[in-house]
Ligand binder design. Structure first.
Ligand SMILES: [Zn+2]
Ligand SMILES: [Zn+2]
Length: 285
């Protein structure tokens, strides 16, 4: 199967419009590469693609990653699967409203938040029909011929900002299996702690912050990385290196020093044999 990283940054992207941190400044000066907001596309035939999360940058991502429609109104994008209801993962749904019908995979909890919390789904449904397939954590389902998918619950104590109050299935990761090769990958852009089973041929995982108090130190936000639902890289690095499998950090916040080549933090990731995703990275699993 193939995975394309459409966007490797966390919410806000890199640079973020109202941020002048070291990384954002480096991107603006041309010393570091820009990154759009978090999303990947997966395919087993490189023709039909499935988006995991729909970022506010989805138009640009589709155009720059070869996912444009080649014939009239026939998009390679088959469906969107959601890991949670965060705006940086769902705002892009509104930008796909020209679809006559949009196939959406989300847990009942995420669906409820999109309808009753952010209201994003109710708005979208005024423009196009949404074909929702409920995703039940732990249950296998077939996305397309030869591609199996299973969501798993991610434990989180992060508060649901929309207050609709359903916990089970509020944040999930996805395990994908290519039926013909048996190869597997995991997509987990939000992990407050590491789930017990992360064994896969390729793991794409939360690299939002380098350290627990990153945003507090920079005076940007009075919240720890964990309080935002993200285990810092400094703490996940050791356990992930022990897995001895291809592991790529993504969902990178623009304050994270691993975004800059040559920093001690980036070198620590590389020394551990782990990778840092950039936009446009394609991985054959
Ligand atoms: Zn996010
Ligand atoms: Zn910044």
């Amino acid at each position: 199967m193939w995975v394309r990283v459409l966007g490797s940054a966390a919410g806000g992207g890199s640079p973020q419009w109202n941020c002048g941190c070291e990384v954002c400044a480096a991107v603006r000066s041309g010393a570091a590469r820009p990154r759009t907001q978090s999303s990947i596309a997966v395919s087993v035939d490189r023709q039909k693609w499935f988006l995991f999360n729909a970022s506010p940058d989805v138009h640009q991502q589709i155009e720059s990653s070869g996912l444009q429609a080649l014939t009239q109104r026939e998009s390679p994008v088959q469906a969107v699967l959601l890991t949670d209801a965060e705006l940086d993962h769902t705002l892009g749904l509104l930008l796909l409203r020209e679809a006559p019908s949009l196939r959406l995979y989300a847990t009942p909890a995420v669906h409820k938040t999109l309808r009753d919390g952010s209201g994003l789904l109710s708005l979208l449904e005024r423009y196009c029909s949404v074909e929702w397939t409920p995703v039940l954590p732990g249950a296998d389902f077939s996305l397309t011929e030869g591609l199996f998918c299973r969501a798993f619950d991610v434990k989180t104590t992060k508060k649901d900002r929309f207050g609709v109050g359903v916990d089970h299935g509020r944040v999930v990761g996805y395990r994908l299996t290519d039926e013909s090769s048996g190869r597997t990958m995991i997509y987990l852009p939000g992990a407050q702690s590491l789930p017990s089973d992360l064994n896969a041929d390729c793991l794409l995982i939360d690299g939002t912050c380098w350290q627990e108090d990153e945003l507090i130190r920079l005076g940007l936000l009075a919240k720890t990385s964990r309080e935002m639902g993200h285990l810092p890289v400094q703490e996940s690095l050791g356990p992930l290196a022990q897995l001895h499998q291809r592991t790529i950090y993504l969902h990178l916040n623009n304050t994270n020093p691993i975004l800059l080549e040559g920093t001690p933090e980036r070198r620590a990731v590389e020394r551990s044999g782990l990778e840092v995703a950039g936009d446009g990275l394609e991985v054959e699993v």
